[in-house]
Design a protein around this ligand. Structure first.
Ligand code: IMP
Ligand code: MG
Length: 332
């Protein structure tokens, strides 16, 4: 019987999902690594033998010789796909492992143009044509991968077997329903949408939730006002944490971890294993704060802050079995 694990983002993307997926994929346990949402608006960083690799579209299973599926709820830009294929090929990875759902939708030039003209400025999108493409999909006038001749050799037979790892893109608070609409992306970032790959929810085993010990936001969002970019403490976290977008190169806005929001995203996502990354960055800056019950809490050191986070999560999120704090960009 199929066994599915999921890794999802619990914040606004950029929570080091790539690191978690890489470590899980490396274990040799999985037969498939699958993306279920989004397109090349995402950016996944994986470090192998001290070399950094980036993908935006193709799941990170490819780095570990695992079949890598782009699912039916994903959107795909042909030019970008070919560039990523070349990049992976040049770096010695086996591109025959990449399969695309025939039902995934194609991002056309006109989608990118519309995004650039209308949404990039007003909403701070990644200008990758995401919203216009999904819009055509739901207007039922889109173009699917199955009708593209050049993609024939990559089309997935829509079969899954063995152990499956589903790799989330973006994060909980960018989901069309849960995020600060309209400052959201146009896909569903929560684990339930992984079922669009073609398995029932009962097959889901573990849900790895990725979070960071401070919050970041790339793109426009009134919940992350411009003033955040003037706070020297938050700016030093941004600098030490290298908070620049993998996809856009934009500076991300940083704020203290909002635990009210994190608790909610863990609860609704059904997280069983929580990984909170970048604790080393707070240690470098020497500031230990989070927001809880809508007010800022201060701690004298990292250990006490971690204990407090653990206690709050354990008492509010009954499905969580493991909480890991990670101070290493390569693993956890
Ligand atoms: P879109 O997905 O390009 O339409 O962008 C919509 C919003 O989601 C913008 O605020 C983007 O900055 C944000 N966004 C989309 N993808 C990512 C991601 O992978 N990481 C972080 N933010 C993202
Ligand atoms: Mg990312």
């Amino acid at each position: 019987m199929l066994k599915v694990d999921i890794c999802c983002g619990l914040a606004w993307g950029d929570e080091a999902k790539g690191k978690i997926v890489a470590k899980l994929a490396k274990s040799g346990h999985y037969d498939f690594v699958c993306r279920w949402a989004g397109g090349n608006n995402a950016g996944h960083t994986v470090i192998i033998n001290d070399k950094k690799y980036f993908t935006h579209l193709i799941p990170s299973g490819i780095f570990y010789g695992i079949k890598s599926i782009i699912g039916p709820n994903c959107v795909l830009n042909l030019k970008w796909f070919k560039e990523e294929l070349n990049y992976l090929k040049q770096n010695g990875f086996d591109i025959n492992l990449i399969k695309i759902s025939p039902k995934s939708h194609i991002v056309l030039d006109k989608h990118i143009e519309e995004d650039k003209q209308k949404l990039y400025k007003s909403q701070g999108t990644t200008a990758r044509g995401i919203a216009p493409c999904y819009s055509d999909k739901y207007k039922r006038c889109g173009i699917r991968a199955e009708s593209i001749e050049e993609l024939k050799e990559f089309l997935w037979d829509e079969k899954l077997y063995g152990n499956v790892l589903c790799e989330g893109a973006q994060g909980f608070w960018l989901d069309t329903n849960y995020g600060n609409y309209p400052y959201v992306t146009s896909s569903h970032t929560l684990p339930y949408d992984a079922c669009s790959l073609g398995f029932p929810p009962q097959y889901i085993n573990k849900i790895y939730g990725a979070a960071k010990i401070y919050d970041t936001r790339s793109g426009i969002d009134p919940d992350f006002p411009e003033e955040l970019l003037k706070d020297p403490k938050l700016l030093s976290i941004a600098d030490k944490g290298q908070e620049y977008g993998v996809t856009t190169g934009r500076r991300r806005k940083v704020n203290w971890l909002n635990l009210d929001k994190l608790v909610k995203s863990i609860q609704i996502s059904g997280v069983t294993d929580l990984v909170i990354s970048k604790v080393d960055i707070l240690e470098k800056v020497g500031l230990y704060k989070f927001i809880y019950n809508n007010s800022i809490h201060n701690f004298i050191n990292l250990d006490i802050m971690k204990q407090s986070i653990t206690k709050i999560i354990n008492s509010n999120c009954s499905l969580v079995k493991n909480i890991i704090f990670s101070d290493n960009p390569k693993t956890f």
